[in-house]
Design a protein around this ligand. Structure first.
Ligand code: NIG
Ligand code: FE
Length: 401
């Protein structure tokens, strides 16, 4: 059923407001959806007669918000790194964890070793839990293969998950996550592989190209080389930048017109001004700071600088094993200087902007019928009850999940 009429919505967050009303809240609202697309939004006492034939849900006065758009994840992976986090909590350094066989390379080894069925089986449950907690669109990166065969296997897994769950998967090629282990002594050969054979093999099957631009991954010059090749292959750009130190990645993202620049813990005020001027969306990831026991991102700085801000889980086995957007919304509001309204906007409309999608993140005529019904009468419960149990029911393209 992709036709649906939801009535008696106590509080509807549309994100379709005016300047002084970021969330565009309508009380006593109703939403009509036809063919998975929103056909009408308004007050329950003004429902057009022709919508009366649609299958109907009475929301009983609860709040409804747009489906969450999780714009940065590495949720497809194999292996288990729980012990690594236990070591970190006991004081181990990044190098000690790496030496003990942890870190990104351990996930690369496990992902290479898994066959497609194992990779899908291990990852699909995580994506299903994302959906159950209200995420209706998720970006997922490759980058645990680091060879052409395994990067393609990861894309096969993304296709399989997209086809078998009612969630939209946006695919990002991250062959430049770190230098593949067999190329550690010949970095430039690995950059050639990513920008050449690997990109050729994947470019028709992905939506974005991404590079981890940082001291432990790729230099500014290497990043430029890879995104130039990606651009030539027709892929829009998103980048991991200025996470562990300020390497100038945010400035590069702005100068190449990247759709999004992510992490940004060490971005300067000048970097923020460049992002704002370029219209590059900043994707902030408070789950990483929590896991890594670091200072949370300063969302207020970005918002006050006029940058469009998204928040995302960065769900990955090393630095943020977080599946639920409500938890990230609560973290953003309690630790990162967002107001509750800004946190919710950044998890919905902001996430859509970070993926260059203008058909979602907003509840308005012509947008996708992606909605989250809450177990609460106001959206404020999202920042008040951080365990994610605040989500009652998810509706994807007009179909209750
Ligand atoms: O977004 N920053 C780089 N990559 C991931 C971590 C991946 C991992 O540790 O497996 C991130 O934090
Ligand atoms: Fe990441």
């Amino acid at each position: 059923m992709s036709d649906l009429l939801i009535t008696n919505i106590g509080q509807l967050v549309t994100n379709d407001g005016r300047d002084d009303d970021l969330l565009g809240i309508i009380t006593d609202a109703a939403v009509g959806i036809r063919g998975g697309v929103i056909a009408w939004v308004g007050s329950t006492d003004a429902i057009p007669t022709e919508l009366g034939t649609l299958p109907m849900i009475d929301a009983g006065g609860i709040a409804i918000v747009p489906g969450f758009v999780d714009a940065h994840t590495h949720v497809v992976f194999a292996g288990d790194r729980a012990h690594e986090h236990a070591m970190r909590l006991a004081g181990a350094t990044y190098e000690e964890i790496q030496t003990a066989g942890g870190g990104i390379y351990s996930t690369v080894a496990a992902t290479r070793a898994a066959n497609l069925a194992e990779l899908v089986l291990g990852s699909r449950g995580r994506v299903a839990r994302m959906l159950a907690s209200g995420t209706t669109t998720v970006e997922i990166k490759t980058g645990y293969g680091l060879d052409t065969e395994t990067e393609l296997k990861m894309i096969d897994a993304l296709d399989a998950i997209d086809a078998s769950l009612p969630i939209d998967v946006i695919r990002t090629f991250l062959g430049a996550h770190v230098v593949a282990p067999e190329y550690r002594d010949d970095r430039s050969a690995y950059v050639d592989l990513v920008a050449g054979e690997m990109l050729d093999a994947v470019s028709d099957r992905v939506d974005f190209i991404d590079v981890f631009c940082d001291d432990v991954a790729f230099s500014l010059a290497e990043t430029e080389r890879i995104i130039e090749a990606g651009r030539a292959a027709g892929l829009p750009i998103r980048l991991h930048v200025d996470q562990l130190s300020r390497s100038g990645g945010a400035a590069l993202a702005a100068s190449v017109g990247a759709v999004a620049a992510d992490h940004l813990d060490h971005a300067t005020d000048a970097d923020l001004a460049s992002l704002a001027a370029a219209g590059t969306v900043a994707v902030l990831l408070p789950g990483v700071s929590l896991t890594m026991q670091e200072a949370p991102p300063d969302g207020r700085r970005f918002l006050d600088a006029g940058v469009t801000v998204a928040i995302a889980t960065d769900c990955n086995p090393g630095t943020s094993y977080v599946e639920t957007m409500p938890f990230i919304i609560a973290l953003a509001a309690t630790t990162s200087g967002f107001t509750p309204q800004e946190a919710l906007w950044s998890a919905t409309a902001g996430g859509a902007a970070a993926l260059g999608l203008d058909d979602r993140g907003v509840i308005a005529e012509g947008k996708l019928g992606d909605l989250v019904m809450l177990n609460a009468s106001s959206y404020e419960h999202l920042v008040y009850r951080p365990d994610g149990e605040v989500v009652r029911r998810v509706i994807k393209r007009g179909t209750p999940v």
